[in-house]
Design a protein around this ligand. Structure first.
Ligand SMILES: [Fe+2]
Ligand SMILES: [Fe+2]
Length: 290
């Protein structure tokens, strides 16, 4: 792959690469090798009482829409599933990464909200395809731009140059400008970080391709997963609906064939987008992540 070695050299050389708590890495491993049971995942997560308390608080928020209070982790797993618990534990952990990393000239809170917006949109776009895929779309959407945070912190001059060119309107796509200025883009960096965080390969593919899903004529690109289409379209939907702020707020029109891949009819999109907007405002207003 083009520039792969350069990205790897860059990522390996970053001294304080963002990390996820070992609890989340262990949940990832358990989900990856299919060894997860309600007891095993509960006991992994409960090793971190602060994380457990936050996961339970979020599980009881209106976004998940339960009428009764869920007060134990094993009950939350039973009701929501392993993948939703991973989504919540990842959200709590990634929020801390965004909060801790301050970069001048970089709207970190705007990018965090954009990431949450992309997570909610990507999940909603696969609402008809089962809860496991929905939660995978949520996590991949949440971390799709994590490469931007790492690049901004470690290559500040290049980041300024990228943002300047973006403002000047040199090229429509931030990843293309990054390729020119840096030699690689936040999409590749994010994909490598997802691999290091032990998320499944399909997550890194979705992150690597979130700016580039080629569709020509009647022929959508073969071999891409539904997850990749969901995060690609979810990113555009988050921008289009003004959820948070990415550095590049220009919206690419999503090709009708991508909606088809997501089993969505263009006619139903306005209603779906209304639901995404209301989910986003409920999450931003009620999720206590501090
Ligand atoms: Fe991006
Ligand atoms: Fe984005």
């Amino acid at each position: 792959m083009k520039n792969r070695r350069d990205i790897e050299t860059f990522v390996s050389g970053v001294k304080d690469l963002p990390t996820l708590p070992s609890v989340v890495l262990k949940v990832n491993r358990a989900l990856m090798d299919n060894s997860a049971t309600i007891d095993s995942v509960s006991s992994i997560v409960e090793k971190d009482p602060a994380l457990t308390a936050k996961v339970l608080r979020l599980a009881n928020s209106s976004y998940y829409g339960f009428s009764c209070h869920v007060d134990t982790l094993s009950r939350a797993i039973t009701v929501l599933g392993f993948n939703a618990i991973r989504s919540l534990a990842t959200t709590v952990s990634v929020f801390k990464i965004f909060g801790r990393r301050v970069v001048e000239s970089f709207d970190m809170q705007g990018l965090w909200h954009h990431s949450l917006g992309c997570a909610i949109a990507s999940k909603a776009l696969v609402h008809s395809m089962g809860t496991e895929l929905q939660e995978k779309a949520f996590v991949s959407g949440l971390i799709h731009d994590i490469g931007k945070v790492v690049i901004a912190q470690n290559l500040p001059e290049e980041t300024d140059e990228v943002l300047k060119r973006l403002e000047d309107g040199d090229a429509p796509d931030m990843a293309e400008i990054e390729e020119e200025v840096i030699g690689f883009s936040h999409t590749g960096v994010g994909a490598l970080i997802a691999e290091r965080w032990r998320f499944p390969k399909e997550f890194s593919e979705a992150i690597r391709r979130h700016h580039g899903v080629a569709v020509s004529g009647n022929d959508p690109e073969e071999g891409l997963s539904v997850l990749t289409y969901a995060v690609y379209a979810g990113n555009q939907v988050a921008k289009d609906l003004g959820l948070g702020r990415s550095q590049n707020m220009r919206v690419k029109e999503v090709h009708p064939l991508v909606w088809e891949k997501l089993c969505l009819s263009v006619k139903t999109l306005p209603e779906l987008f209304d639901g995404i907007k209301s989910d986003f405002s409920s999450v931003v207003n009620s999720w206590d992540l501090e």
